[in-house]
Design a protein around this ligand. Structure first.
Ligand code: PMT
Length: 403
């Protein structure tokens, strides 16, 4: 089946022995209907010839900034804009390092820096190079930059040593590419509300009660849903993050009450809501208009009042909409999460524990357990927040299909 019909893919090939497998990958992509432009580094050409790749792709291979015979300039910017997806396979430790640090000294890395599309990287190298702290640091930087890493497999390596470092097989890379494109349209026509970040409850013009939420989890969810075609309303507390996706309408709020009002309005037209905000449970009963002066008080007693529970409010009024909440727990995690899901009439709850050093506030990773109202439960390993967002949206989609 032509699962990739009409898709434009830039296939980047760097200088490693696994480059021979790229010919098989290229063939699979072409057979699936994709239009593929190969961009190869100078060292890549030592491992596989441009003639082979040009014959398989039906297009001249791009390698240098200028064509050797005509002197014509190859525009990395045009290529970056043309691509619906960029796949770099194999990616050597050196190319990964250049990508992580923006060292644009060849056509492939300049194309990567110009690419507006999603980028997948399939590393291939010796086990010690893969395990080296600098490679792992560069991989973490790429993950933070939103690059999808197709983890290398374990097995015999070109050095005849055995361990983790083999490029993933072309069939598996094709599966990831197909999954990416099928996900991209899976939420077209759906409207989704996402809450993110902390809320700030003002004490006076200079002080507030808040929490450590950075918004990373909620923004990743909003971006993932938008990338799959949903129209997303992102209601966020004060965070330092930016949004650029055209499908996201961002509403900035400060307090829990403001978040409730914005969420109520957006929820009306939505098919689903994912509530990842860390909403302050309490707010000062009174907000002072002027700064409370230290000299005028011996001590200070603040009377706090309960904030509205946004999740519970939407739960009471959800009708046929799907409602997903989060539970941030420190103890009795499962019991508390299930109790919250029931009390707030949620269809699904994402449990993350503050006990786990890879989960929670301001981390780039999270480790979650997704629990559904029907009792289904899935425990996931620690992943980047972007990947966790993918898992959450996969489960949301399964609930939307049941509607
Ligand atoms: O923003 P990051 O730095 O990336 O961190 C992500 C996160 C840790 C904030 C996120 O993963 C998370 O766990 N969010 C929920 C935090 C929370 O407030 O959990 P809770 O167990 O107190 O609340 C349960 C649910 O009710 C949540 O869906 C919450 O959004 C909602 N709630 C809570 C209180 C309230 N007054 N109104 C609500 O809607």
């Amino acid at each position: 089946m032509q699962t990739l019909k009409g898709k434009h893919i830039v296939l980047g090939i760097t200088g490693g022995i696994a480059a021979y497998k790229s010919a098989f990958l290229l063939r699979l992509l072409i057979k699936a209907g994709a239009e593929v432009q190969v961009v190869i580094t100078p060292n890549g050409k030592q491992f596989i010839t441009p003639a082979t790749l040009a014959a398989l792709s039906g297009k001249p291979v791009v390698s240098e900034f200028f064509a050797a015979n005509t002197g014509e300039w190859h525009s990395h910017v045009d290529l970056g804009l043309w691509s619906d997806l960029m796949v770099i396979a194999p990616a050597t430790a050196s190319s990964i390092g250049k990508m992580a640090n923006g060292i644009a000294d060849n056509m492939l890395i300049t194309t990567y820096l110009s690419a507006k599309s999603h980028v997948m990287v399939a590393p291939a190298m010796d086990l010690d190079m893969w395990a080296h702290p600098s490679t792992q640091r560069n991989i973490s930087s790429l993950i933070k930059d939103g690059v999808e890493i197709i983890q290398p497999a374990s097995g015999e390596l070109a050095s005849h040593l055995s361990g983790k470092g083999r490029m993933e097989e072309p069939e598996e890379i094709l599966r990831r590419v197909e999954k990416y494109f099928s996900r991209r349209e899976s939420l077209t026509g759906k409207k989704i509300l996402v809450t993110a970040g902390p809320t700030y409850e003002d004490i006076d013009p200079v002080r507030f009660i808040g929490n450590y939420s950075s918004g990373k989890m909620g923004f990743s969810i909003a971006e993932e849903a938008a990338e799959r075609g949903a129209e997303v309303t992102l209601v966020t507390g004060p965070v330092a993050l930016q949004t650029s996706h055209e499908n996201i309408t961002r509403i900035d709020v400060r307090s829990a009450r403001q978040m409730l009002e914005a969420a109520k309005k957006a929820f009306d037209g939505c098919d689903a809501a994912i509530l990842s905000a860390a909403v302050a449970d309490y707010a000062p009963e009174e907000r002072h208009d002027t700064k409370i002066k230290r000299e005028k008080t011996d001590g200070l007693i603040l009377k706090l009042v309960k904030n509205p529970d946004i999740a519970a409010h939407l739960g009471e009024n959800k009708g046929s909409r799907v409602l997903v909440g989060f539970a941030l727990e420190t103890d009795n995690e499962h019991e508390n999460a299930i109790e919250k899901m029931k009390r707030k009439s949620l269809d699904m709850i994402v449990l993350n524990s503050l006990k786990n050093p890879l989960a929670g506030f301001n981390k780039d990773t999270n480790q979650v357990c997704i629990i559904k109202f029907n009792g289904e439960e899935k425990e996931y390993p620690a992943k980047s927040k972007k990947e966790v967002a993918g898992d959450i949206i996969d489960e949301l989609e399964s609930l939307l299909r049941k509607e």
